[in-house]
Design a protein around this ligand. Structure first.
Ligand code: ADP
Ligand code: MG
Length: 223
């Protein structure tokens, strides 16, 4: 599902070049649940952004679902993402002035909004948010907000979920609820790349990759 070959990402800053990713090779099979761990600044979020095609590498290649995402134009990457990849972030990235339903439908492809409404309502029902459809994020608990973010990530039925410290500011019970949703996604055949500092989150994964200073320390390969 994911294949990274000699991936490098260098940021040019006033204090010199920072190699956020330094020759990273990684293969993740379809249906795998992989946790990525490592100290702050080691390149975890950069890794996710390369896999999701949010940014391009300085060198190397990233293939996702056999597609060379690192060689696509921005428009192609956006299209690829909306069809294949869901994102869940620590800070949820919900828009405060939109209702719960509209926050989910923002992930719908242009012109498909009407068609996706039913799917959004299904997800809201499944995540016990059906009585919160017209609420705004500010009127929800943290756990409810996190479920809205998850519903948005799942709207387009992605094959791959990228999660960047999604349990980072959740209490244990709420975190467990989110982790259950991730596990459920995997049980239905989905692939997960989860960046986490949280032991309980990492325990759910079948494979843990450790990073340090832009490199993967272990777990690069699967058979
Ligand atoms: P992590 O998610 O593991 O905390 P990041 O991937 O966010 O690490 O960052 C890896 C390194 O790249 C850090 O040294 C960070 O400061 C640097 N970095 C990340 N994004 C940028 C950017 N847009 N511009 C300059 N440096 C960046
Ligand atoms: Mg990060």
């Amino acid at each position: 599902m994911i294949r990274l070959e000699g991936l490098r990402k260098v940021f040019r800053t006033r204090r010199g070049d920072v190699a956020a990713l330094d020759d990273v090779d990684l293969i993740v099979d379809q249906g795998q649940y992989v946790a990525v761990r490592g100290p702050s600044g080691c390149g975890k979020s950069t890794l996710l952004s390369m896999v999701g095609g949010l940014a391009l590498p300085t060198a190397g290649r990233a293939l996702v679902a056999d597609q060379p995402i690192s060689e696509m134009t921005a428009a192609q990457r956006a299209q690829f993402r909306s069809e294949n990849v869901g994102f869940v972030f620590q800070m949820f990235h919900l828009l405060p002035y939109l209702s719960v339903l509209d926050n989910i439908l923002i992930a719908a492809q242009p012109g498909k909004r009407q068609e996706m409404r039913g799917r959004a309502e299904e997800l809201l029902e499944r995540f016990q948010l059906n009585d919160r459809v017209t609420h705004r994020p500010g009127q929800l608990s943290v756990g409810q907000r996190q479920r809205v973010a998850m519903a948005r990530a799942l709207l387009n039925q992605p094959q791959l979920l990228l999660a960047d410290e999604p349990t980072g500011n959740l209490d244990p019970e709420t975190a467990a609820g989110l982790l259950d949703l991730l596990s459920e996604f995997q049980q239905q055949g989905g692939t997960i790349l989860l960046v986490t500092h949280d032991d309980r989150a990492a325990e759910r994964a079948e494979r843990v990759i450790r990073m340090d200073q832009g490199r993967i320390l272990d777990g690069q390969l699967t058979l």
